[in-house]
Design a protein around this ligand. Structure first.
Ligand code: ARG
Length: 467
């Protein structure tokens, strides 16, 4: 098979007016082929749609269109089968494909670039790539949400200490705690869905920056490529990367949520908590300490959040001082963006799998909640309901806790007579509230931790996922 292994006379597509070639280093420095070749499939899609429009508008002939389509389809196969030879001398994915097309189909290949520039071409490719990535990421988030719903459903009665300031605050169910992450991820899906609207606009037709003198039909191209509309200003179309920045912001928030979750998994796995155990496949041992089982995966999720945040800042910084319109700076948008997508996809897949490998230590969770006077607020609320102003009730309970602490027991372990020393309004019915389960059950309104409410939240979650 004929291969595109050398460039005709070693000349650049754009070098007509140049007297000397660029140095090897400059060639390497300015090339993007090592990373933008992954846009090839979108570049080909975009080119086919562009060529179809050119032919429909009689800007190129139908024969040229047929040749271009055949050539691009062959190139697509070559790339899929790893037979395509990418050349650094050809700088980027666009010129590599165009050169190969010309080698395959002759002059028709040279006509493909009519009414187009690499500036609108690359912006189109990145948007197509990002749209597909967003769709894949949304699917993966939803898979993780389903895993969360399933795990939550098993633990609506599993008592654990809810913390504020990482100190025992009030009892919550493990299911309720997990459902907090379901909510965060729901907002993440909403954000991505919203971001997708702005990603899904067509830049093609802006050409280099000012539009084209040919009678192009941008709407036709948009429709062929599944865009919801077109970028309405040619300068803006080739220049701004706000859609990619916005995506990176969404990604940073998703990673931040998963990083917080990771931090909790790491703490919970520490024997001092002992709340959970992660399946061995997400952990590693130590080469020196034989007893160790380290939660490497959550640690790395927490660590990788740093690089995702970094990519967001990189793109913001890339954009901030660029005059209109396209500048080569924008070539630097790709690596942070690709790495953000790759990292996020891997993280979500691993995380979903990790959810099914969580073993819960019910006893450890319960006894930790028992240790921290988690039902103190319930006692204060009880007294308040009997007529004591809340601040006074707070004071009474603080004294009661102090007493129990000295006795080294829980509030629920005090006798009624002992409790009544602090307030005569305390009756036998208090014990229903002083237990962890009673406290949890009493928070029975939408958003509360009672098993009934968490089950309802899980039901709503399932409906939302099915929509
Ligand atoms: N590789 C370039 C990029 O990623 C493609 C656009 C080049 N345009 C140009 N005028 N040199 O931005």
């Amino acid at each position: 098979m004929e291969k595109n292994s050398s460039v005709e006379n070693n000349k650049k597509t754009w070098s007509g007016r140049f007297n000397e070639p660029v140095s090897q280093l400059v060639q390497r420095y300015t090339a993007s082929i090592s990373f933008d070749k992954r846009l090839a499939e979108y570049d080909i899609q975009g080119s086919i749609a562009h060529a179809q429009m050119l032919s429909a508008k009689k800007i190129i002939s139908n024969e040229d269109l047929i040749a271009i389509e055949q050539g691009l389809n062959q190139i697509y196969d070559e790339i899929q089968n790893d037979q395509f030879v990418w050349l650094l001398e050809l700088e980027d994915v666009h010129l590599n494909i165009e050169k190969r097309l010309t080698a395959l189909v002759g002059d028709a290949g040279k006509r493909l670039h009519t009414a187009r520039s690499r500036n609108d071409q690359v912006a189109t490719d990145v948007r197509l790539y990002l749209r597909a990535s967003i769709d894949a990421i949304i699917r993966l988030i939803k898979a993780m949400q389903l895993a969360l719903l399933n795990l939550s459903g098993q633990h609506t009665n599993t008592v654990m200490p809810g913390f504020t300031h990482l100190q025992v605050a009030q009892p919550v169910s493990f299911g309720h705690h997990l459902m907090a992450y379901f909510e965060m991820l729901k907002r993440d899906v909403d954000r991505l869905t919203d971001c997708r609207k702005r990603v899904n606009k067509l830049p093609l037709g802006a050409a280099a920056l000012a539009g084209s003198s040919y009678p192009i039909d941008r709407e036709m191209v948009a429709q062929k490529l599944g865009f919801d509309g077109i970028c309405e200003n040619s300068l803006d179309a080739v220049s701004d990367r706000d859609f990619a920045i916005e995506f990176c912001a969404c990604a940073a928030l998703i990673m931040t949520h998963l990083s917080r979750f990771s931090e909790e998994l790491i703490l919970w796995m520490n024997p001092a908590f002992g709340f959970i155990d992660l399946a061995d496949r997400f952990c590693t041992g130590s080469s020196i300490m034989p007893q160790k089982k380290n939660p490497d995966v959550p640690e790395l999720v927490r660590g990788k959040t740093g690089r995702i945040n970094g990519h967001l800042v990189a793109l913001l910084t890339l954009m901030k001082a660029q005059p209109l319109a396209y500048n080569k700076d924008n070539q630097e948008d790709k690596e942070p963006l690709f790495d953000t997508v790759d990292t996020l996809i891997d993280t979500l897949i691993i995380y979903t799998d990790m959810m099914s490998g969580i073993r819960v230590n019910l006893e450890a969770m319960r006894s930790s909640a028992m240790k921290g006077y988690a039902t103190a607020t319930d006692l204060a609320d009880y007294l308040t309901k009997k007529g004591l102003p809340f601040r006074d009730a707070h004071e009474v309970v603080a004294k009661t806790v102090q007493y129990a602490e000295n006795k080294n027991c829980d509030l629920s372990e005090l006798d009624l007579s002992e409790l009544q020393k602090f307030s005569v309004q305390i009756d036998q019915d208090v014990f229903a509230l002083l237990t962890l389960d009673g406290s949890m059950k009493s928070r029975d309104h939408i958003g509360g931790t009672s098993p009934a409410q968490v089950n309802a939240a899980i039901e709503r979650g399932r409906k939302w996922l099915a929509d």
